[in-house]
Design a protein around this ligand. Structure first.
Ligand code: CTP
Length: 408
């Protein structure tokens, strides 16, 4: 399980059992970090969790932020793929339900927008109290997963519902929740990203403003959804994402060759690369020296990679991008049809918060058949998630009618 799991430990006697949860998660390959509330530190020492996880344990809201790029609660919320709250006290459930942010853990929760599992553990009467049950209903309605407490002997001397489930059970529940997200499990996805580089001479080239960020986010989202991913990247300053096959290329013709090498074995191609439509006809072997004359470069047409894929595709899902500055829907629709795509992601690169080098995008998806979906401004990571959900949906529909490659 190669996930970043953040565990919030609140002040209940069952906190000691969470040491074992952290240990089991770590053994299964997860990266684990811990936030403890002040009350939790009355039950277990932060040092115990630190030794188990090999990571510093966070308790203070206004601790040392020197190691964080952002403030700590945001950095931790961004880092984690998943949050577990165990044990979750009645007080903490109430804070979560009402959005109260008065310490590091509750503040981090508010900044966290991915899957959460909460394991309430308390005295039976506190658990059954209408206020606690109402808070749990509120959390459930928001999509928070709740692992019901077990029945048995409680620390307060009574017998009833309120025990923290056993560590193995909590880990099994986490695995189950995370595997529900594996919507591309068993699928192979090819993503292209970045801009191609068309040489003029050994030191100069024709390039474009693509940062590669959209494609890299799509590749990451596909990996997180359980797919085997090949990322073919043109120019980009970004760090290659982990757990995928990364192929770096320069010119459009190299990208074409790399894409065609993979095409037969993939279930879907998402072409987010900014591929140059033209290249220099005669690339100079030596650096071109300036002269008093104007310089004219003759450009010849590059192959249209996506169009070629559209003409040879078997059952692969094909997704294109259209970066436009005007008549967005018309131009994008034309590309969708010409390239035989399943859908195209169009955006106005001149709009604020969309386009090159910014972390957000404002996209419209145009589907084969004419349906149009418009999205508000969102992070490229979130848009990547939406694209991946749609690709998974298309693949699961296809599967019902014609099996894809033989290994599925
Ligand atoms: N594309 C490609 N090969 C090319 C050019 C583009 O595969 N030689 C892909 C891009 O990755 C993108 C889509 O096609 O998914 C964009 O369509 P395209 O018609 O090429 O867009 P532009 O090049 O922006 O077209 P124009 O310059 O005419 O707007």
């Amino acid at each position: 399980m190669q996930k970043n799991i953040l565990i919030g430990v609140t002040g209940g006697i069952a906190a000691y059992k969470v040491v074992e949860v952290a240990s089991l998660l770590k053994k299964s390959g997860a990266n684990v970090k811990i936030i403890m509330t002040h009350n939790a530190t009355e039950f277990v020492s932060p040092r115990t969790f630190q030794e188990i996880t090999n990571n510093a344990v966070s308790v203070e809201m206004f601790g040392d932020t020197a190691n964080f790029i952002h403030v700590e609660h945001i950095a931790l919320a961004d880092w984690a793929d998943f949050m577990l709250i165990a044990p979750a006290t009645a007080n903490f459930l109430a804070k979560m339900a009402h959005g109260i942010a008065d310490d590091l853990l509750s503040t981090t929760m508010l900044a966290f927008d991915k899957k959460i599992l909460v394991c309430p553990a308390m005295n039976t009467k506190m658990f059954e109290n209408t206020a606690t049950q109402a808070n749990l209903s509120t959390l459930k309605a928001r999509g928070v997963k709740i692992l019901e407490p077990a029945e048995g002997n409680l620390a307060c001397g009574t017998v009833g519902k309120g025990r923290l489930p056993e560590p193995q059970e909590i880990c099994a529940e986490i695995k189950k929740i995370l595997s529900e997200e594996q919507i591309l499990s068993g699928r192979k996805i090819l993503v292209t990203a970045g801009g191609t580089v068309e040489p003029i001479d050994p030191v100069r080239y024709i390039g474009n403003r693509s940062s590669g960020r959209m494609g890299y986010e799509i590749a990451k989202a596909a990996v997180n959804a359980g797919a085997e991913v090949v990322l073919i990247s043109g120019k980009s300053e970004l760090e290659p994402p982990k757990n995928l096959k990364f192929i770096k290329v320069e010119a459009a013709i190299d990208m074409r060759e790399a894409v065609l090498n993979e095409f037969d074995s993939v279930d879907a191609v998402i072409m987010s690369a900014a591929v140059a439509d033209y290249r220099v006809k005669n690339v100079s072997a030596q650096k071109i020296k300036k002269s008093d004359e104007n310089l004219t470069l003759e450009l010849v047409k590059n192959p249209d990679i996506l169009k070629e894929l559209g003409s040879i595709k078997k059952n692969q899902v094909l997704i294109g991008f259209a970066a436009e500055t005007q008549n967005i829907l018309d131009y994008a629709n034309k590309k969708l049809v010409e390239k035989n795509l399943d859908f195209i992601v169009a955006n106005d690169v001149t709009a604020e918060g969309a386009g090159f080098g910014v972390p957000t995008n404002i996209a419209t998806i145009i589907w084969r058949g004419g349906d149009v979906e418009t999205f508000d401004k969102m992070s490229k990571a979130d848009l990547a998630g939406k694209i991946i959900e749609r690709v998974a949906d298309l693949l699961s529909k296809d599967k019902k009618f014609f099996p894809l490659t033989s290994n599925h």
